[in-house]
Design a protein around this ligand. Structure first.
Ligand SMILES: NC(=O)C1=CN([C@@H]2O[C@H](COP(=O)(O)OP(=O)(O)OC[C@H]3O[C@@H](n4cnc5c(N)ncnc54)[C@H](O)[C@@H]3O)[C@@H](O)[C@H]2O)C=CC1
Ligand SMILES: O=C(O)[C@@H]1CCC=N1
Length: 433
């Protein structure tokens, strides 16, 4: 290992504190058992979390930092009255956390520090800091291993190994499936369930496995999208609940159904995420917003983001925004279709053949949308760029304003948002029955 770059690290206090908190949380005690593969995984997970927090350190850099911290810990342990270690500036800030990590790690540490002396690092050593050899290694419980495995799969190139399940084979499941298949996910790793075969054919055409058993989908998947109608969510969650383990991330796309309802119906500590997608996922131009549940960590969100990145724009926000996004975008696409249809019908009324009018209307909506997104300009700015004074556009806009199109559109978003909230209350009541 060439560690010349590794040694030249300037870590600030915040970064080191975060690193140690991550290691503490990942429970070094259980995971650093001397097995190289698992130890590497632990540092990879730490690397992901550090990156997510904006600190870009390589896995080797993290290992080297850990080596130095450990060395400082042992020095203090051996010679409590000697001056603080110089290789770690501000060591006193980290000492408490290091003790928490090291002394929870193995009951012999306090009494038997010397037995571990060979593990100590120096600036010159290039050993693998993760290769610890405890006298009595403590194996990782299986579920811990599974968690690490899942977290590590959030690399886009690792998406190909994730098993994805859909419960519900409707339009939205199909849209997301098409979107994710255009990324790194392979059809053989996707399974979808629905009670009837009616909608399953189009999934099969994509190479996706189909079944009538929701439980089969859950048992074979890491990430499970619950894509049934909102009133059916409690029924489905009750059915699958006992098969959920800490391997799973449950992603509900049902309008209105809150994380509280989902979490209440699933085992304690279930990792749940609420996602509101929209149909253009199908052509990789979706607008998706998700909110993480109580037990969904940042990396679970990152994993979902990575999985969905080919579906379109994927954003995370507070749960309160999900119903609004449902009005704005989940339903909003239908408002745009209504407008496109009306544009075309206006042209038909003026004498243009219908097919041509519809094709031009859809291209107009597409072009206007792309320009709006890609220019970054406010829609009012673009609108004014289309309006020649005394020209055609301002006459048309005047007519739209007279028809109340602006107020009607705002009210449409409001009504759809309110309806999502109402559906949420109903499904919560359904879950309590
Ligand atoms: N269609 C859209 O544009 C959007 C839909 N959503 C949400 O996605 C969810 C699904 O909506 P759509 O796909 O439009 O509905 P859909 O009616 O097209 O699909 C529902 C699917 O669920 C299946 N299903 C019914 N009972 C089931 C059960 N017990 N177990 C498993 N599958 C069952 C049906 O057979 C059908 O395949 C809804 O909760 C909706 O709020 C969210 C965003 C946009
Ligand atoms: O109409 C609905 O309820 C679903 C949610 C957003 C779009 N379609």
């Amino acid at each position: 290992m060439d560690d010349s770059g590794i040694k030249k690290q300037n870590w600030d206090v915040k970064e080191t504190e975060l690193f140690l908190e991550i290691l503490k949380e990942l429970d070094m005690k259980k995971c650093l058992d001397g097995r190289k593969v698992r130890n590497n995984k632990l540092f990879k997970v730490a690397h992901r979390r550090m990156t997510a927090a904006g600190y870009h350190r390589s896995v080797d850099q993290l290992k080297f930092r850990w080596k130095l911290l450990k060395s400082a810990y042992y020095k203090c342990k051996r010679e409590p009255d000697s001056p603080a270690p110089t290789k770690i500036q501000g060591w006193w800030r980290y000492e408490k956390t290091m003790i928490a990590i090291m002394e929870s790690r193995h009951p012999l540490v306090g009494a038997g520090v010397n037995s571990d002396r060979n593990d100590e690092a120096t600036e010159d050593s290039d050993g693998d800091a993760s290769m610890l050899h405890w006298p009595q290694p403590q194996p990782c419980p299986d579920n811990t291993t599974q968690n690490l495995d899942l977290i590590i799969k959030m690399d886009p190139e690792m998406d190909s190994q994730l098993k994805i399940g859909f419960i519900g084979a409707g339009n939205m499941a199909f849209g997301i499936a098409k979107g994710i298949l255009s990324g790194n996910v392979l059809p053989v790793n996707v399974k979808v369930s629905a009670p009837s075969s009616r909608n399953l054919g189009r999934f099969q055409e994509l190479g996706i496995a189909v079944t009538h058993s929701n439980i089969e989908v859950v048992c074979g998947s890491d990430v499970v999208f619950v894509a049934v109608k909102p009133h059916l969510v409690p029924l489905v969650l009750n059915e699958i609940s006992q098969h959920i383990t800490d391997r799973h991330i449950i992603v509900s796309v049902a309008a209105g159904v809150t994380l509280a309802t989902v979490e209440e119906l699933l085992p304690e500590n279930t990792v749940a995420i609420r996602l509101m997608p929209n149909l253009p996922c199908m052509v990789q131009e979706g607008a998706l917003l998700f909110a993480r549940g109580t037990h969904a960590k940042q990396e679970d969100g990152a994993l979902l983001r990575s999985l969905l990145h080919r579906c379109g724009l994927v954003e995370e926000g507070p749960e309160a925004w999900i119903d609004i996004h449902t009005g704005l975008s989940g339903s909003g696409v239908a408002f745009v279709y209504l407008f496109a249809e009306a544009l075309a019908e206006g042209a038909v009324k003026m004498g243009m053949p219908s097919a041509l009018a519809h094709s031009i209307a859809s291209q107009t909506v597409l072009g206007a949308g792309r320009l709006l997104r890609d220019s970054g300009k406010h829609p009012a700015q673009l609108r004014s760029e289309v309006c020649t004074p005394g020209g055609t556009t301002i006459y048309g806009l005047h007519t739209l304003e007279q028809g109340g199109v602006r107020a009607a559109t705002m009210s449409a978003v409001e009504s759809a948002t309110e309806r999502a909230r109402e559906l949420g209350r109903k499904s919560a009541a359904g879950g309590r029955k």
